[in-house]
Design a protein around this ligand. Structure first.
Ligand code: ZN
Length: 397
């Protein structure tokens, strides 16, 4: 709780910079455009947008500009700053969106934007400024992917909002309008990458991305999420272990629903026992790491209890898989994460991990929540048995 713990002593940062084996210029490229702050989903009782009339203070919508302002500022002013380069994103063209979304759905969004403020589905509000921000989020993610595909760098992070992983080919869902990661994956496929893996650690099921690639074996989608319920007609309960893809894609959608409170040790176990073996079998040419800090210990929308240490370890595992299979190429795409300050800290830790910085650059300001990984380990072992029996390419993991 000592504010002094939020910044490392200068010497610690300096040691890390000098001690890093990384080459000059081998930085993580952050793609950002402040126009994305223009999306304002309003206020209400949590994310409903409703004012019951008897509360003096209403919540900001969880997916608000402040959370991302803090993500930008911690990366610009935190100790990770020397390891980053900054790049500006620009809006996607409507035609670029058709690679993942139906033309009818895009037209629906254009019309909704022209008509003014509207609620598209539960918790998802398209207000003046929202469509422009959504186009910027998609375009910024595509720019980050192009950075990798064009050989300008191996690591890129699309710091974007509104988020995208619930957006389905033909409908908005869960604060998401356009599937930023899905568009980037399709761009990689269209650019000649034969195998792309998506690993989504946002606390919610990445249902939109899964749906977009459900029938293909070119894209392995893996989602680690809280076993959460439906939030309305756009999102019936889904994300179970037995949703494994269809047709050619059978076996190429892997869901890892984890018990509430899984915590750092539980997530590490799931990564080691399930994700790493699956990726080693699949051998992707590019990794897309979809991150949401709503799996943190203090997120209003999640119950998974990850701390900065857990995020850092997951980031390190991602980097080692990218090194092993993808020549170090990894695109990171921002999704949820709704605690205004802790999300920024957890982001910092995740990127420290991806950069493979050996010592933590930043102390955890609030990690103290208890975790019990015993139940999570049982669940992970059960999922592993399911995969052995039902996923042909994972019979012997
Ligand atoms: Zn989420």
């Amino acid at each position: 709780m000592d504010p002094g713990t939020s910044s490392p002593p200068p010497a610690a940062g300096a040691t890390q910079v000098e001690g890093s084996p990384r080459q000059p210029g081998d930085k993580l490229a952050v793609f950002w455009n402040e126009g994305m702050l223009a999306h304002d989903a309003g206020r209400g009782v949590f994310d409903s947008g409703r004012d019951p009339g008897f509360l003096d203070v209403l919540d900001q919508h969880p997916e608000n500009a402040d959370r991302v302002r803090n993500m930008v500022s911690i990366l610009r002013r935190g100790p990770i700053e020397p390891f980053l380069s900054w790049h500006s994103g620009s809006p996607a063209h409507a035609t670029e969106l058709h690679s993942f979304h139906s033309a009818e759905y895009i037209e629906e969004l254009v019309q909704a934007n022209a008509a003014g403020a509207t609620k598209l589905c539960e918790g998802t509000f398209l207000n003046p400024g929202s469509w422009g921000a959504a186009l910027l989020a998609a375009g910024t993610t595509l720019a980050a992917m192009r950075h990798i595909l064009d050989g300008q760098g191996n690591m890129a992070y699309a710091l974007v909002r509104p988020p995208g992983h619930h957006a389905q080919p033909d409908r908005a869902d869960g604060y998401c309008f356009l599937n930023n990661a899905g568009l980037a994956v399709q761009l990689a496929l269209d650019s000649g990458r034969a195998k792309v893996a998506v690993i989504d650690i946002d606390v919610h099921y990445g249902n939109g991305t899964a749906e977009g690639f459900y029938h293909t074996d070119n894209v392995l989608t893996i989602s680690l999420h809280m076993w959460h319920g439906s939030w309305g007609p756009s999102h019936p309960r889904s994300g179970s272990v037995d949703e494994i893809g269809e047709g050619k894609g059978l076996g190429y959608n892997l869901n890892i629903p984890l018990p509430n409170g899984s915590g750092d040790a539980g997530y590490k176990y799931a990564m080691d026992q399930l994700v790493v073996p699956a990726i080693d079998k699949f051998q992707p040419q590019l990794l897309v790491f979809v991150i949401g800090q709503d799996s943190s210990a203090f997120d209003p929308n999640g119950r998974q209890c990850l701390t900065m240490d857990g995020y850092r370890k997951i980031g390190q595992i991602m980097r080692s898989m990218a090194n092993r299979h993808c020549n170090g190429q990894i695109l990171i795409v921002q999704e949820g994460g709704y605690h205004i300050s802790y999300s920024a800290y957890c982001l910092h830790a995740t990127l420290e991990g991806v950069l493979d910085l050996q010592a933590p650059l930043l102390d955890d300001p609030i990690a103290y929540y208890p975790e019990d990984e015993k139940y999570t380990k049982k669940v992970v072992d059960m999922i592993k048995n399911c995969w052995n029996e039902s996923i042909p390419f994972l019979k012997d993991i």
